[in-house]
Design a protein around this ligand. Structure first.
Ligand SMILES: [Zn+2]
Ligand SMILES: [Zn+2]
Length: 406
């Protein structure tokens, strides 16, 4: 199972400045240290303490406990200029690591299987470089170490805690290490980059009974099956075919025995789409379908619909800035994937709703080193060469946005 079969692209060493190249050993060390202590959303105490201890040692002003376990670092330049935010998520997943590496997870049933350990290491490397080059820095860079990206979401609570104020951000950028792209590729595009994530939970209440006497019952399995089938028509028959979206029923639980007609059925699923104008479309269609079918079969139902994350929408001008930076860091033009979209979701979207910015994918798979398992897989790991590339990308974005040479 591989996320990409593409071979890594050669990376020209000269594209990464010497000071960042010499930071590579540290970046790997930090990442591996974090990899060994993965923590779930809003439980990132060890991770936050690791970050704070580094920032403290480098004399970088920072605030801990932002939205519980978040950390906000502020690096003020010597010269006036804009305020740019860098976002790094910190949390791990409830997965048992299957890799047999010296730096494997020490926390049973917890794993950095999405690469957020790498995101923290890249953000720390960026902070360190900025602290060393404060005299050349114009404006301010604020680094937001965010908890709970994998759920229930830490970006929104960070915004509510005032993380985008004092000083107020002019723009924000962020990256995701991406095993769907090989090392040496960057994926970036203006507009929708990742999908909205919405969740639905349906309980269908029928009337159970004897498997041989269906006429005395309302079979929750039969009603539920109609609901599952009808939900497919939202994409096939309601959504403009030029648009894109996903309606996935992930679980269907009903019944206890072969000769018993199910009393109730539980159906859980997720909805994905890019266009913010579709915000009400999916929920309305799902509610109408479930209500109509249940009414037709004499069942009742309970439906909850949750809008978890909005779509990740990149600002056109800042996405172009990131793309032109990427074209100078990785091989041009094959190293930059301009139309990189995924139906995966991310709560970076909340930051991008609040301030203009850009989220991009930094290719991290290396099939030649067997580092190409997909994200959230128990054998996920990435090519750590991407860490230095990530710092270089961020520093060059800061140089371009804040008009300075670092
Ligand atoms: Zn993830
Ligand atoms: Zn992730």
């Amino acid at each position: 199972m591989v996320a990409t079969t593409l071979k890594p692209l050669p990376i020209e060493a000269s594209r990464i400045r010497l000071s960042i190249r010499s930071l590579q050993t540290q970046l790997v060390e930090w990442r591996r240290c974090l990899h060994q202590t993965p923590e779930l959303g809003f439980q990132e105490q060890v991770t936050a303490a690791f970050i704070a201890q580094k920032l403290e040692a480098w004399g970088i002003a920072h605030q801990t406990g932002v939205a519980q376990t978040g950390v906000v670092a502020v690096i003020e330049g010597k010269h006036p200029g804009p305020v740019l935010g860098i976002r790094a998520d910190m949390d791990a997943l409830p997965i048992q690591e299957a890799n047999q590496v010296p730096y494997r997870s020490q926390n049973d049933g917890r794993m950095h299987a999405c690469g957020h350990d790498g995101h923290v290491a890249i953000a720390l490397g960026t902070a360190y470089h900025l602290a060393q080059h404060r005299d050349q820095l114009h404006g301010t860079v604020k680094i937001l170490f965010q908890p709970a990206e994998e759920g229930p979401g830490g970006a929104k609570p960070m915004i509510e805690a005032g993380a985008l104020e004092n000083p107020k951000l002019d723009a924000i950028i962020g990256l995701h290490l991406w095993n769907n792209l090989p090392l040496g590729m960057v994926g970036v595009r203006p507009g929708a980059m990742m999908a909205a994530v919405e969740l639905f939970d349906i309980t269908i209440q029928g009337r159970g009974g004897h498997g041989a006497m269906p006429h005395q019952t309302v079979d929750a399995i039969v009603v539920g099956a109609q609901v599952v089938n009808a939900l497919q028509t939202i994409i096939a028959r309601n959504l403009d075919p030029i648009q894109s979206g996903v309606v996935t029923v992930g679980t269907f639980h009903a019944g206890t025995a072969r000769n018993v007609i199910a009393d109730s059925a539980q159906i859980n699923g997720t909805v994905r789409y890019f266009d913010p104008n579709l915000t009400d479309f999916f929920e309305t269609r799902i509610r109408d379908i479930v209500a109509g079918i249940c009414q037709g079969f004499g069942a009742t139902y309970h439906l909850t619909y949750q809008r978890l994350y909005p779509p990740v929408i990149n600002d056109g001008a800042i996405a172009n800035l990131v793309r032109s930076v990427a074209e100078n860091v990785v091989e041009t033009p094959i190293g930059v994937v301009p139309d990189c979209q995924t139906m995966g979701g991310e709560d970076m979207s909340y930051f991008l709703q609040a301030v203009p910015g850009c989220y991009f994918f930094l290719g991290s798979a290396n099939i030649e080193k067997d580092l190409a398992y997909p994200h959230h897989h128990p054998r996920f790991d990435f090519d750590e060469t991407a860490l230095g590339l990530g710092v270089e990308m961020f520093i060059r974005c800061i140089e371009t946005f804040n008009h300075c040479t670092l």
